[in-house]
Design a protein around this ligand. Structure first.
Ligand code: COA
Length: 262
C-alpha cells in the first residue's frame, strides 16, 4: 500500500548500501516498486543473492555488488561497475551500518573503529565517489540513514552515536557543497523499528518499552522507506541538509511519562 504514484522513480537508478537486509532491503523494495532500477550493496554475497531473487520475484529490476564500503578501492570498483552495467546513478542511500550494544569499557579500540569506519567513513566514501562519477553531472539525491540519539548522551552506543553525529555533519556539508550541482542531501533517523536486527539486539538489553512514544506503537520498516522515497522526489524539492526523525515522536517526548494503566 503506497500513497505515491507507482512510476514516480521511472528511469532513475538507485544504489542502496546495506540493501540486502533489514531497513535497507525495504528501502530498495520501495524505490523499486516506484519504478527505480535498484542496485543493492553489502559485504555478504549470499545475502545479496537472496535479496535479489526475492525482489526480482516482486517484479523489481535489481542488480548487486559485493562491497565493503570502508575500502575506497572497493567503492570505486562498485561505482565503475554501476557505470558499466547500468550507465547512470541518480539516488544514493547510505544505509549500511554496524552496531552492537556495549559500554565504553566493553568496546575495544578496533570495535570502535569498525563502527565509525562503516557508518561514517563508508558514508563519506560512497557519497564522494557517487558525486564525482554521476551526481555532479546530472544532479540527484543522497539520503543517509542515521540515528535519533546522537545529540544526547546514550549508554551502550558511544561508537554508534559518535559515528552518526559525524554522518549528520557530513549530511549538512554535502548538502552545502553539492547543492549548486542540483544534488539534495538529507538524512533519516529511524526510531525503534519492528522486525529489524537493531530492535532484536536491544530487546536483549534493558530498555524502556519502545512502544512508549506519542504515537504509541513501534514503527515499521515501511515507515522509514516512505520517508526515504519522499526525499528522493520533487515533493521534497526544496528540502536539503535536514535530519528527519521517523520515530513516532520519541525524540520530542522529553520525559516519556505515563500514568500506570488502571
Ligand atoms: N561486543 C563488543 N565488541 C564487539 C561486538 C560485541 N557484540 N561485536 C564485534 N565486536 C568487536 C570485535 O571484537 C572486534 O574487535 P577486536 O578485534 O578488538 O576483537 C571489532 O568489533 C570488529 O569486529 P569484526 O568481527 O572484525 O567485524 P567487522 O569489523 O567486520 O564488523 C560489526 C563488526 C559488529 C560492526 C558488524 O559485524 C556489525 O555491525 N554487524 C551487525 C550489522 C547490523 O546489525 N546492522 C544494523 C545496524 S542498527
Amino acid at each position: 500500500m503506497t500513497v505515491f504514484r507507482d512510476d514516480l522513480l521511472k528511469e532513475r537508478t538507485a544504489l542502496v548500501t546495506g540493501g540486502a537486509t533489514g531497513i535497507g532491503k525495504e528501502i530498495a523494495r520501495t524505490l523499486g516498486r516506484h519504478g527505480a532500477r535498484v542496485c543493492i550493496a553489502s559485504r555478504k554475497q549470499e545475502n545479496l543473492e537472496a535479496a535479489t531473487s526475492e525482489l526480482e520475484g516482486e517484479g523489481i529490476e535489481v542488480s548487486w555488488f559485493a562491497c565493503d564500503i570502508r575500502e575506497g578501492d572497493q567503492v570505486d570498483a562498485m561505482i565503475s561497475g554501476i557505470r558499466d552495467g547500468l550507465g547512470s546513478l541518480d539516488i544514493v542511500i547510505n544505509n549500511a551500518a554496524g552496531n552492537f550494544p556495549a559500554p565504553i569499557t566493553g568496546i575495544s579500540y578496533n570495535g570502535f573503529r569498525s563502527v565509525v569506519d562503516i557508518d561514517l567513513r563508508g558514508t563519506y566514501n560512497v557519497s564522494k565517489a557517487a558525486f564525482e562519477a554521476f551526481l555532479k553531472e546530472r544532479g540527484g539525491h543522497i539520503v543517509n540513514i542515521t540515528a535519533p540519539f546522537q545529540n544526547m548522551g546514550v549508554s551502550l552506543q558511544a561508537h554508534v552515536a559518535a559515528a552518526k553525529a559525524g554522518v549528520d555533519s557530513l549530511t549538512r556539508t554535502c548538502a552545502v557543497e553539492f547543492g549548486p550541482y542540483g544534488v539534495r542531501v538529507n538524512a533519516v533517523a529511524p526510531g525503534a523499528t519492528a522486525d529489524t536486527e537493531g530492535l532484536d539486539r536491544f530487546e536483549k538489553v534493558e530498555t524502556g518499552n519502545p512502544a512508549v512514544c506519542p504515537l504509541g506503537y513501534v514503527g515499521a520498516k515501511q515507515d522509514i522507506a516512505n520517508m526515504v522515497l519522499f526525499l528522493t522526489t520533487d515533493a521534497a524539492s526544496y528540502v536539503t541538509g535536514q535530519v528527519i526523525n521517523v520515530d513516532g515522536g520519541t525524540s520530542i517526548d522529553a520525559f516519556k511519562l505515563s500514568l500506570p494503566k488502571e
